[in-house]
Each structure stands twice: as structure tokens, then as C-alpha cells.
Design a protein around this ligand. Structure first.
Ligand code: GLU
Length: 473
């Protein structure tokens, strides 16, 4: 971004889309239709605060594309929310779902509040009122539009949404599928909480297992030994840090809104969270050096930089100073098109948001399928598999006269639980998506970066599905 022009997130998305559209041969009208936001619902409603005063709340739900139903995307609580932002985020959802073959159109919601400034009771009133406004306008439902968590929201808010929806729609058998990211006790699926962070890890691991890509970046293969910087320690950043650390990378710096902490020997995300819970900040975490500005973290020497907070943090102003070899966009829109130009010159590989952070919506899809099928994953086959494995193991031991050790026995015997199936479905999704995008990029040397290759993939899929639907005969 140039600091002389006001930043428009939606325009940035359109710019990246147009850059990629040149590599496709679809009718310009179809491309225009894909880009446009189909429906924008802006609402205002009153909130009676705990002190008796009344405040007007501004909120949005945008349905970017109806090429598949339902629309899908999170709800953000932030005082930065505005129509342009929600439109951009809804567009990214369309492309994201297309790339990972999740059969939804893109949607997104936002409520312009800083959740830290409201009591739990006030937040509940806001969330329930927002849901009933969506119901009134037919903007929510398992076959219409299905929200989920995003920045500033989590399973608690999703529980309020499903409860409000179900109470307004008595007898709707699939009501649980009106929202995802719910607590497991309210129809959620195991593995949703860590899904985005785990998806980011699977995507970057796949890139790091590609010999030609690593050679070009001058890096060793694999995750082990890589240095990682994470910006944002919310749900996504926390799980990114956890999975990279557990798999042998060193997380040398973690940033929050008020600054960053740096330790070249490695940080432990759980200890950091415990410290923050006690002290209200991550700054001055024992054993680490405090960096006063959150943005300092983005300019550190490292192998992998993971922006996992908000959009527009790496732009035309600071991209030149980024020293990472790989950027993994865990947030939505953290790098602007101007930053992409700089990365291309500097040979930095930016692995784009619109597929890298698709783990959340992928597991949301699994949750929605669970809700529609009314049965927990693994319930039908777990015992059967375990009995069969026990039988095979017994036969092998009889035939060889040798016993398998206890750990190996437990592993072989184990029938898949819900979380095993969800993680495996996510791993498969992220590996396939990474390979598909890389293949498009490799097959067209004029495509300048991975984001453009990802957009080409998304446009191909959405345009084809318009064709399949016969909307443009
Ligand atoms: N808010 C997440 C995203 O930006 C998840 C959306 C969903 O699960 O529908 O992808």
C-alpha cells in the first residue's frame, strides 16, 4: 500500500484477481460476475448496556457468491469492521472454498465492536440480536448461509448463534448446521479449534518438502530446524506456533498488538499464554528480549514468517525490510498487492491466505456434514476396524511366533476416532491444494507468484461451476 492512498482491502482483492484473470480465457462478463459481491446486508440495532445506557451497534453480513449453496464464512468482532473489509473477506471465502473443493459460496460477517470493552452478558445480547436480524432477512440457515468464528469470536459465540437460530426455527431438523465452530456439546466437531493452525502447518510442510522450491530459496528440505516468527497469538497464531514447534522448528519470535518477544533459542507458546494470562501482556516474558513494536517482528531474519492477525500488515511501506524466505499467510489479507511486487523482486515465497488458511473452513465443512448426517464421525466403523485389526495382529503373531510390543500394538489396533478422521481429511485437503497450485505455477512460467497461481485455480473452478449450472448458457 502506498501511504498516500486510503487502503481498500476489497480493491486489493480485486487487483490480485485481475492479475490472475489474465491467465484464464473466460468471458469478461463471467469474470465480473465472479468478482462482484452478490448481497450486502448492513444493519444497526440498539444495545442496552449494563449501565443502562443505549448504544447503536453497526453490523454486516456479506454474501459474495451464490454459485454454490450455502454461503460460508466467519463473523468478526472488531472495531475496525467496515463494509469494504467484510466484502473483501467474503470474496476471499469464495476463492478459498473453491481451491480446497469445499462446496460453498463465500460469505462473511462483522460486528463493529471491540469485544474487550463489553461484558459477557452484553456480548451475548449482541450476538443473539445479530442472529435474529439474520433470520429475519433469511441470511442464515444450513442451506442459506453458515457463519463460523473469525477474529474476536469463538465457540462461545457460535453456541449463542445456534441456540438463537434453533429457538426461532422450531422443528428444523438440520438447525445445528446453521453455524460451525460450535462447542462439541452443541453439535461441533472435534478438531475444529486447531484446524486453521494445523492447516497452515500442513500447507507449509508440503512446500518445504518440494525439492525444487527449497533449492530456489536456498533452504534445507523439511520443517525441522527452520526458524519461525509468528505475528498474533490468538487461536490461529497459537496453533501455528504449537505445530511448528512440535515438529522441530524453532519459534524465535511471537508478536502481539502491544509488542513482541524474541528468543533465538525458541519460545514455548503455552508458557507464553500462561504468562500473558497472569500479566495481561506477553512483554518481558522471562528469557526473551522485548521488541517495542509489533511490526518489528515482521522484519526479523527468519526462514518462515507467519502473520496470523489482521490484514494489511505487510505493504508497500515495509515489504522491502522483510527478511523471511517464506511467508505463510495465516491471517486473511496480511500482505497487499504492493508487497507481492516486492516479494517477487526479492525472491521471497509468499504462500497465500486464500488456500493456506483454508483449514478452518475445511473442518467447518466436516462439521456441517456431521450436522446434516446427525452422526459422529467414526461411530459406525471404529469398533469394526479395531476388531479386524486385532484379528490380523493375532494371526501375524501366531504365524511368526513373535509378539508385537505394546506401543505398536496400540497403534495398529486403533480404529479411527472423529478427531483422527478430521485431521486426516484436513491433511489430505492441504496437500492436494498445495500440489494443485504449484502445478499451475510450474506449468505457466509467466505467472509471477503463488497467489496468482492460487487465484487462477480458484477462478477456473468457480467459472466452470457457473458453466455447469448453466447460469450463462
Ligand atoms: N473465519 C475462518 C476463515 O476466514 C473460517 C470460516 C468458516 O469456517 O466458515 O476462513
Amino acid at each position: 500500500m502506498s501511504s498516500h492512498q486510503p487502503y481498500s482491502f476489497f480493491k486489493s482483492v480485486e487487483k490480485s484477481f485481475d492479475k490472475a484473470a489474465k491467465f484464464t480465457s473466460f468471458d469478461p462478463g463471467i469474470l465480473e460476475q465472479i468478482k462482484a459481491c452478490n448481497s450486502v446486508y448492513q444493519m444497526r440495532f440498539p444495545l442496552k448496556r449494563d449501565d443502562g445506557s443505549v448504544e447503536v451497534i453497526e453490523a454486516y453480513r456479506v454474501q459474495h457468491s451464490h454459485h454454490k449453496a450455502p454461503c460460508k464464512g466467519g463473523i468478526r468482532f472488531s472495531d475496525e469492521v467496515n463494509q469494504d473489509e467484510v466484502m473483501a473477506l467474503a470474496s476471499l471465502m469464495t476463492y478459498k472454498c473453491a481451491i480446497v473443493n469445499v462446496p460453498f459460496g463465500g460469505g462473511k460477517g462483522g460486528i463493529k465492536i471491540n469485544p474487550k470493552k463489553y461484558s459477557v452478558y452484553e456480548l451475548e445480547k449482541i450476538t443473539r440480536r445479530y442472529t435474529s436480524e439474520l433470520v429475519k432477512k433469511n441470511f442464515i440457515g444450513p442451506g442459506i448461509d453458515v457463519p463460523a468464528p473469525d477474529y474476536g469470536t469463538g465457540s462461545r459465540e457460535m453456541a449463542w448463534i445456534v441456540d438463537t437460530y434453533a429457538s426461532l426455527k422450531p422443528g428444523e431438523i438440520d438447525a445445528a448446521g446453521c453455524v460451525t465452530g460450535k462447542p462439541v456439546t452443541q453439535g461441533g466437531v472435534r478438531g475444529r479449534t486447531e484446524a486453521t493452525g494445523l492447516g497452515v502447518f500442513f500447507g507449509i510442510r508440503e512446500v518445504c518438502n518440494m525439492p525444487d522450491v527449497m533449492k530456489k530459496l536456498g533452504l534445507e528440505m523439511g520443517i525441522k530446524g527452520k526458524t519461525v516468527v509468528v505475528q498474533g497469538i490468538g487461536n490461529v497464531g497459537y496453533h501455528c506456533a504449537k505445530f511448528f514447534r512440535e515438529n522441530g522448528a524453532t519459534v524465535i519470535c511471537i508478536a502481539e498488538h502491544d509488542g513482541a518477544v524474541y528468543n533465538p533459542a525458541g519460545l514455548h507458546e503455552e508458557e507464553l499464554i500462561q504468562f500473558r494470562n497472569k500479566n495481561g501482556t506477553i512483554l518481558n516474558f522471562p528469557g526473551s528480549t522485548t521488541l517495542p513494536k509489533n511490526s518489528d517482528a515482521l522484519e526479523l531474519e527468519c526462514d518462515i514468517l507467519i502473520p496470523a492477525a489482521l490484514e494489511n500488515v505487510i505493504n508497500g511501506d515495509n515489504a522491502q525490510r522483510v527478511k523471511a524466505k517464506i511467508i505463510g499467510e495465516a491471517a486473511n489479507g496480511p500482505c497487499t498487492p504492493e508487497a507481492d511486487e516486492v516479494f517477487a523482486q526479492k525472491g521471497i515465497l509468499c504462500v497465500p491466505d486464500m488456500y493456506l488458511n483454508a483449514g478452518g473452513v475445511t473442518v467447518s465443512y466436516f462439521e456441517w456434514l456431521k450436522n446434516l448426517s446427525h452422526v459422529r464421525y467414526g461411530r459406525m466403523e471404529k469398533r469394526f476396524t479395531e476388531n479386524q485389526n486385532a484379528r490380523i495382529l493375532g494371526q501375524m503373531e501366531d504365524l511368526t511366533g513373535k509378539k508385537v510390543d505394546a506401543d505398536e500394538r496400540a497403534y495398529i489396533m486403533h480404529g479411527a476416532d472423529e478427531v483422527d478422521l478430521v485431521h486426516s481429511g484436513l491433511e489430505e485437503t492441504m496437500i492436494t491444494a498445495t500440489r494443485e497450485i504449484m502445478e499451475i505455477w510450474n506449468n505457466n512460467p509467466n505467472i509471477p507468484d503463488m497467489r496468482t497461481a492460487a487465484y487462477v485455480n480458484a477462478i477456473n473452478k468457480v467459472a466452470t461451476s457457473y458453466g455447469e449450472l448453466g447460469i450463462f448458457p
